[in-house]
Design a protein around this ligand. Structure first.
Ligand code: ADP
Length: 451
């Protein structure tokens, strides 16, 4: 096992990783930007190194500074968390070149899954169902039009290097497609540094259901079941996640789980990863992408399986074998996560900054809060707006909803606008309570602000 690990991230996920390290008896090194000097992850780690100014590109994305911080402090491994450097194959390679262990998959797996058009092809060949679409990136407008005709409208144009719900455009017909194609390409170039796009069929009203996988260096790959992440904003940002998905019966869980394992094996995957699917109303599921890192919503899987996924990531990176086989994985009860964000629900979820003047976090039975907030915390303007993940566990879905409603009632954040009132409305909504959710849920039921 490692003696010292550097955490190349900030916020709640940095704290989450530090906690896992502490429980494994591993010393921790935090890195931080000048804007994060007063952050909890800096205090929680055994050592901390400032790696640059506030903007992410000058600090958390500054590869030489992160690597130097690890070398200077004698860390043996780097955990990248999510976002930032977590899905950059070149960073994983830079770690290897400096004899540091990257706590994540091999660079080749990151690279293959990082190009969504390539990933589709690879998993399709491994007999994983994919959304009907182009085989690889499209070369020109004619090809896009021809392929869209074959697939059938409406279609989505997506960036091969896309992520975070960005760079996705809908085309209802050929005229639309010609128009959005160029837009999508320039958007993709600006956001992801590559203009390449592909076209796939638009699945109406799907559920977003993803499968957590764990793979060790010895070819053992298992899945920990699914998470339902259908409650998304118009910008395709996840807001509420749960496990299990209420519509996934054991036979479908097994089928999706096996498909996810095949997808992971197809790229020689090692460590924790998430295979994302869309599930249509007939129970058909289609691969959309694989995230080659820890996910924000991993706690709901931890709550119902009892597996500490971050601890497993570290053990796998330290070349330990998986501690459990597929048969050992058992699911118990129901878990829901609400993402509390500094976003104004009355203003199109615009991010807000400010100082947290008063804070009460929920507690009691079955409640877990992963957060870097404290009273007096000043939210820097440079980073994402996630403030806290409120996670509950209960024996079944109705009890989990009741518990989440109670937890949200206990929560108080003053000094900055948050989406707390909006989360309460989701939990109170009869259609949510019935499990009638899809990626169109917010658009359909809560868009006009009256719910
Ligand atoms: P990103 O990598 O940007 O997160 P994804 O491919 O994972 O992009 O898709 C994000 C979200 O966009 C999905 O959860 C779903 O809501 C929507 N989406 C993606 N592909 C489709 C599709 N083919 N049909 C309908 N909705 C889709």
């Amino acid at each position: 096992m490692f003696r010292k690990v550097l955490i190349a991230n900030r916020g709640e996920i940095a704290l989450r990783i530090i906690r896992a390290c502490k429980e494994l008896g591993i010393a921790t090194v935090a890195v931080y930007s000048e804007a994060d000097a007063n952050s909890l992850h800096v205090q929680a780690a055994d050592e901390a190194v400032c790696i640059g100014p506030g903007p992410g590109k000058d600090s958390y994305l500054n590869v030489p500074n992160v690597i130097m911080a690890a070398l200077i402090t004698g860390a043996e491994a780097i955990h990248p968390g999510y976002g930032y450097l977590s899905e950059r194959a070149s960073f994983a390679e830079a770690c290897e070149a400096s004899k540091l262990v990257f706590i994540g998959p091999p660079p080749s797996a990151i690279e293959k899954m990082g190009d969504k058009a390539v990933a589709r092809e690879i998993v399709r060949q491994a007999k994983v169902p994919v959304v009907p679409g182009t085989h690889g990136a499209i070369r020109n407008e004619q090809e896009a039009l021809k392929q869209a005709e074959r697939i059938g409208y409406p279609v989505l144009v997506k960036a091969v290097a896309g992520g975070g719900g960005k760079g996705i455009r809908l085309a209802e017909n050929a005229e639309d497609l010609s128009r959005v194609l160029q837009l999508a390409q320039s958007e993709a170039l600006a956001s992801f540094g590559s203009p390449e796009v592909y076209v796939e069929k638009f699945i109406p009203d799907p559920r977003h259901v993803e499968v957590q996988v764990l793979a060790d260096s010895y070819g053992n790959v298992i899945h920990l079941g699914e998470r339902e992440c259908s409650i998304q904003t118009a910008r395709r940002q996840k807001m509420v996640e749960e496990a299990p998905a209420s519509v996934v019966a054991p036979s479908l869980r097994q089928k999706m789980g096996e498909a996810a394992v095949r997808a992971a094996k197809a790229v020689g995957y090692v460590n924790a990863g998430t295979v994302e699917f869309l599930l249509d109303s007939k129970g058909n599921f289609y691969f959309i992408e694989m995230n080659t890192r820890i996910q924000v919503e991993h706690p709901v899987t931890e709550q119902i399986t009892g597996v500490d996924i971050v601890r497993e990531q570290i053990r796998i990176a330290a070349k330990e074998r998986l501690h459990l086989s597929q048969r050992d994985v058992q699911w118990r009860g129901h878990s829901i996560e609400c993402r509390l964000t500094a976003e104004d629900p009355d203003n199109d979820f615009a991010p807000c900054v400010g100082k947290v003047t008063h804070l009460v976090l929920p507690g009691g039975p079955g409640v877990r809060v992963d957060t870097h907030l404290y009273p007096g915390y000043e939210i820097p303007p440079y980073y994402d707006s996630l403030l806290a993940k409120i996670i509950v566990w209960a024996e079944d879905r109705p009890s989990a909803i009741a518990r989440m409603r109670r937890a949200l009632e206990e929560t108080r954040v003053e000094g900055v606008k948050t989406n707390l009132p909006f989360l309460k409305r989701i939990m109170a909504h009869p259609e949510y309570q019935k499990g009638n959710v899809s990626t169109q849920f917010l658009n359909r039921y809560l868009r006009d602000g009256t719910g």
